[in-house]
Design a protein around this ligand. Sequence first.
Ligand code: CMC
Length: 395
Amino acid sequence: TGMFTYDPGFMSTASCQSAITYIDGDKGELLYRGYPIEQLATQCDFLETCYLLLNGELPNETQKTEFVSRVTHHTMVNEQMQFFLRGFRRDAHPMAVMTGLVGALSAFYHDSTDINNPEHREISAIRLIAKMPTLVAMAYKYSAGQPYMYPKNKLSYTANFMQMMFATPCEDYEPDDVLVRAMDRIFILHADHEQNASTSTVRLCGSSGTNPFAAIAAGVACLWGPAHGGANEAALNMLEDIQRNGGIDKIGDFIKQAKDKNSGVKLMGFGHRVYKNYDPRAKLMQETCREVLGHLGVENDPILKLAQALEKIALEDEYFVSRKLYPNVDFYSGIVQRAIGIPVSLFTAIFALARTVGWIAQLNEMIGDPEYKIGRPRQLFTGSARRDVQPLAQR
Ligand code: CMC
């Protein structure tokens, strides 16, 4: 058994070499291909960020126009997709629906099934980036009992997503620049985060040579958990729960519970495996939160006030200070999304939409690596030694 390094939770094992995303957890720094997240979030849009993650460089004007036009031409999904949706209960969790729908895409594109073929991966990437907003909006419309809205290609990527979410056949959606920009920023902040659980899942899944859409569906499935992408939904539910039970006055009681390991309660949207400092995405998210609530005239939103009070108390508490637990991206993103009108149960599906490009970039990098092999962790065996089966009557 001395042959393998035992490292539960991969606390100190690098599973790959990567040139995509850099995190300095002590400084609280995040770079995509060398560019600080703060600059990308304020100076670029999501599709430029996608191009950067996929190609290693920001696009020039011609490259951007070409990329946007390619993505835009793939925004529709096969009409058959509606029948997949119909198989779900209307109250199904959107992440259950998304896991199914993204997996189902693998049944539609017989021209691009070979994950080891760069051209197959390239067209799958464009299709996935283009269709994720359509699928997320369809999952929402289905749950709301409303007709699906087709994509409108004259709109930007993010305005089109909002249109598919909020327009109805009776009423057009007038894109609101501040809200579209906020949603676009949410996409940028979630686009990649190196070897997190869902990305490692996509790499491992893809390493078997599976269908490209199937590998991404595995990522969606992993992201769902509350320790990972599901934390945005869990964080907002937690805030609403505290609010219902007495609000700011109850923070002390809640913190006490979150510090008690036997309570089963955690401060959701706090803590991170890599950041031992403020998550830079949480800082940007908090700014966006103020902008959006101000724009909507709800700057006194009690949930934001509660979140800020909770953060302040936690950051002064010895338990959180000594463990270097800071707010992560999920702490404020829910408040922004809720203000925009996104239902809480859809938050993680929007995270999946945005992370899709990161998953693809990481998959491409893995397959392009000359040292790429199927992922196959080893184990330290702790079970029974060899023994013989006894006849049934003697067991
Ligand atoms: N509330 C209370 N205690 C916590 C929390 C929290 N949110 N997070 C960590 N701790 C404690 C933990 O109990 C442990 O204490 P001790 O050393 O006494 O045993 C210590 O802090 C270290 O935590 P860990 O669980 O060993 O750290 P990890 O790297 O394994 O887990 C984490 C990281 C993000 C899963 C965890 O912090 C957590 O569950 N946070 C809440 C869920 C969350 O917000 N997840 C979102 C992550 S960011 C983006 C994303 O993926 O969506």
